[in-house]
Design a protein around this ligand. Structure first.
Ligand code: SF4
Length: 375
């Protein structure tokens, strides 16, 4: 007896497929995609260039971020930092400030480090092959493939989020798509489908299909150039696939945040460039050991800044990083005189400007609480 499908509860759930089980030829995919792309592909600012610097920048910005959010940042970044040489010569702080609001700041740090490497080790010339590109900080296999295909028209498969979704559906992959077995299978399929010619257009086409047609919740299968080939559509699984990723539990950390308010201007400091969230701005903060009350550390934080007297609690916030959750207990202290707080690493920004600086994610949420509190 055939097993029940875990998705539909119906029998006849397709077993995991290998290329030999697929009732279409991989060679059929590229022509369908290229014809569709010719009619419907997106016109994006980084599409009309073969400059690897611009392509690399767009690929890094587009990781975890939508096209709409990226376009302005892309233009602003290039206006200030037009070449890889300019990027290598810029300070990390300037790069982080240009990135402010785009999130996932490790991308900016890696971009900066990679530019230095390209200038120092490759004389300012981007490597063309995937293996060498992958040696650059922040460049994984898929980004390397995209740069190699888009800038140099080399046959290089990619597997970004959009392509991953298309392939999971096209081949009806019924494994968690981040599992090692699935990863191997998806790369194999991506490689099989990548043509030897028109690689540049094919790569854009499959990215566009994932972004415009094979979209996450309700794929537009009636508009899809691959609908005749698609195994998920045949099985009625297009909305269930890819299978959901089950996140691992992460630990919780606690901190006290002190908002020091000098006539509507707030004290922030840069984090050390080396290390987690390096170069980003934050409010004064101190960690609280598990199980301890915030007040146990609040007075230490106040005394670091030479502050005495009443401190007002204004709320709590919470932010989830990839490997831990951070809970912040937020306090505010109004001061009349700056005295020694005017010196050193202390910077003061009015409330309205704080949203424009590269505060790290947890302290962006602190800022929201501050705005809500009206103190
Ligand atoms: S037919 Fe539907 S599910 Fe299949 S690839 Fe096209 S849009 Fe995605």
């Amino acid at each position: 007896m055939r097993p029940f499908c875990t998705l539909t509860g119906r029998m006849q759930c397709a077993p995991t497929v290998n290329m030999t089980d697929i009732p279409f030829s991989p060679a059929d995919v590229a022509p369908c995609l290229l014809a569709w792309y010719g009619q419907s592909g997106r016109d994006l600012p980084w599409r009309n260039t073969r400059d690897p610097y611009r392509i690399w920048l767009s690929e890094i910005m587009l990781q975890q971020t939508t096209v709409t959010a990226v376009i302005d940042y892309y233009h602003r970044f290039l206006a200030k930092i037009p070449t890889v040489e300019h990027l290598a010569a810029a300070s990390l702080e300037d790069v982080i400030d240009l990135w402010a609001g785009l999130g996932y700041y490790s991308r900016a740090r890696n971009l900066h480090a990679a530019a230095k490497l390209i200038v120092e080790q490759f004389n300012g010339h981007f490597p063309e092959d995937v293996e060498t590109l992958q040696q650059l900080p922040g460049v994984g296999r898929s980004t390397a493939g995209a740069i190699s295909a888009l800038a140099f028209d080399r046959r290089a498969p990619i597997l970004d989020g959009n392509v991953r979704r298309v392939l999971c559906r096209l081949f009806a992959l019924q494994k968690p798509p981040r599992s090692t077995a699935a990863e191997k299978q998806l790369w194999y399929w991506s490689e099989q489908l990548t043509p030897s010619e028109s690689v540049h257009d094919y790569t854009q086409a499959i990215m566009d299909l994932g972004a415009m047609v094979c979209i996450p919740l309700k794929p537009l299968c009636h508009e899809c150039p691959l609908s005749e080939l698609c195994q998920a559509r045949k099985l009625g699984l297009e909305r269930q696939l890819p299978l959901k990723h089950v996140a691992k539990p992460i630990p919780t950390r606690h901190e006290v945040v002190l908002l020091i308010d000098h006539h509507g201007r707030y004290l922030v400091r840069r984090r050390l460039v080396e290390g987690f969230l390096g170069g980003m701005w934050e409010f004064p903060t101190i960690s609280i050991p598990e199980g301890e009350a915030p007040e146990s550390k609040l007075h230490l934080l106040c005394s670091d800044f030479g502050l005495n007297g009443a401190v007002e609690q204004i709320g709590h916030s919470q932010h989830v990083y990839s490997h831990f959750r951070l809970k912040s207990a937020i306090y505010c202290k109004k001061i009349a005189n700056l005295s020694r707080l005017a010196e050193g690493d202390n910077h003061w920004f009015p409330l309205a400007e704080l949203k424009n600086i590269a505060l790290h994610g947890a302290h962006k949420k602190v800022l929201v609480e501050l705005q809500k509190s009206g103190v």
